[in-house]
Design a protein around this ligand. Sequence first.
Ligand code: GAL
Length: 407
Amino acid sequence: MKITTRFLFFLLLACCQHAFSQARYTAWDSLALTPPMGWNSWNFFEARVSEQVIKDMADAMAANGMKAAGYQYLVIDDHWVGGRDKHNQLYPDPERFPHGMKYLADYVHGKGLKLGIYSDAAPLTCGGVTGSYNFEEEDARTFAGWGIDFLKYDYCNAPEDVTTAFARYARMGDALKKCGRPIVYSICEWGPRKPWLWARAAGGHLWRTTWDSRDVWESHNTNLTGMMEIFRQQENLAPYAGPGGWNDPDLLMVGLYGKGSSSSVDGRFKGCTTTEYRTHFALWCMLAAPLMVNMDLRTIDAETLRLLTNKQLIAINQDALGKQATTVLKRDSLQVLLKPLQGHAFAVCVFNTAASNAAFDIQLKKDLDLWQPFRIQEVWSGKNVSALKGTLAAHDCAVYILEEGQK
Ligand code: GAL
């Protein structure tokens, strides 16, 4: 083939490939082509969530660099509902939300951010306020009318079987699809019914895979899941995550330091170390998990802010391929995760599960089966390095971005 013909042929092929890759995603998928990022009121504020709290968080997020880093949603979790009026329309608690939800959504939108809300697939939520069961269409329309952009839909007080769970989630999914406003749908049945198998079919963009996270590295208790228990439960779920639908290993404990009433289980857990929070955040980025911060943003310190806005980690999390990392190596106390990134690049996280120092020296070919030459950037320092080698403190991790090319 002549060069020009060959070029035109490849151009045509590239256009077709592009068109097909775009067509793989529906408009509904496109609401969450990358994992949603934002903040949620649950662990820190619980029943104290209010209009003022959300405004304060919006102000903080818009001003402190988090919005610029990609955080978007402010999600009002449980306890916002006042009740249903005589037209069956939900209304917020009038004392904590004195100007109503439309006013609050306008405020949040005015800051260039988005507002999320919470309900439950039963007559009552986990916190005992009115849920959406049997009012799915009415409530979806109400949320759309207020300008809501995200719905977390819980499963307290609902029947245990998976058939009913699917039916109830699909009813709200269908209602959201026709409510006239794009609303990201977050399914929260905590994992027992394996939602990764059916949540997308019910319309979900993300689905919780575990019980609530607690603010502790490891709880050694299956009923109160710490970060390591949650992390281990994600190991076989990578095939289910991708653009439009994400495994959700729950909210970020980063920066709570035992201050959340729910995550500390009323003071029983004292929180994690700064090192443990940075590993937690790095792991959630590697897992392509939704990044939902929980701490009080009014009092965020510089180090936590630097972690939560780390450009490389967020790029790893938000990478367009949408792959969830898998464990490729376990050696002594070391665990190595690999996340393919677009453009034949990879993110590698080496973390130390032990409570004492551990040296590591990971060979690309022998240990990771990566044969081509790579430029390697170490994420914490931002510096280029020639090998994946060093010493990790207890529970610390090192993260690398590998791009094809000469060292
Ligand atoms: C739980 C849920 C938490 C929080 C809480 C509110 O079921 O897992 O994330 O939403 O309900 O009551």
